[in-house]
Design a protein around this ligand. Structure first.
Ligand SMILES: Cc1cc2nc3c(=O)[nH]c(=O)nc-3n(C[C@H](O)[C@H](O)[C@H](O)COP(=O)(O)O)c2cc1C
Length: 185
């Protein structure tokens, strides 16, 4: 099973990248590729750039990387209640390409922030929007107060949040176990 994980942020110290990476490593035996939006430099979308240059190669490459995975673990950072500019720009460019960013992807959707809502506004937007672009959202979880509740060594330390998170992780694992069993039959 191949997992592609990334934080929807271009911060070099992204807490969402750390959270996505930690979560990916809970899937024992999976081949994991951790992506960083900074490694896919693209200009800010404009209709004129699209007409003159077409879709940037790096956007197509990013979409292809996601498409190569059995599971994509995406953790959303929230800026002013919405997507970060870096992620939104990638999403916008890819929505203009033949190969859509979320086409037929199985997604484990996460979000976190230092605040009390854990980026749940942007999570709401993604839950509405990504399925319209072809994503199947297998599970979703928002982690509030990242710095109080999370450590990259031991994971979530808040008992109620941990229980909900583990439940979501198990749901995603079970999805692939059931799929494997159906394929054997
Ligand atoms: C311009 C800007 C706007 C922000 N707006 C929000 C917000 O609406 N909600 C929130 O929970 N955090 C907000 N934050 C704080 C981010 O959640 C915090 O910077 C977080 O570390 C971003 O995730 P990342 O580290 O994965 O990039 C904002 C930060 C910036 C720089």
């Amino acid at each position: 099973m191949k997992i592609v994980a990334f934080g929807a942020s271009n911060s070099t110290t992204s807490i969402n990248k750390a959270f996505a990476n930690y979560t990916a490593h809970l899937f024992e035996g999976a081949q994991i590729e951790l992506l960083d939006l900074n490694n896919f430099p693209i200009p800010i979308y404009s209709p004129e750039l699209e007409s003159s240059l077409g879709i940037p190669e790096q956007a197509i490459l990013f979409a292809k990387k996601l498409a190569s995975a059995n599971l994509v673990i995406l953790s959303l950072a929230e800026y002013n209640g919405s997507y970060t500019p870096a992620f939104k720009n990638m999403f916008d460019w890819c929505s203009r390409a033949e190969h859509k960013l979320f086409h037929k992807l199985k997604l484990f959707l996460l979000s976190t922030s230092p605040g009390a809502k854990g980026a749940s506004c942007v999570m709401g937007a993604a839950l509405r929007e990504f399925p319209l672009h072809g994503a199947e959202i297998l599970a979703a979880f928002s982690l509030p107060e990242y710095y109080q509740h999370f450590s990259t060594e031991t994971g979530i330390n808040h008992p109620v949040l941990k229980q909900e998170y583990v439940h979501q992780v198990e749901d995603v694992k079970n999805h692939f176990i059931v799929n494997q069993e159906q394929q054997k039959e």
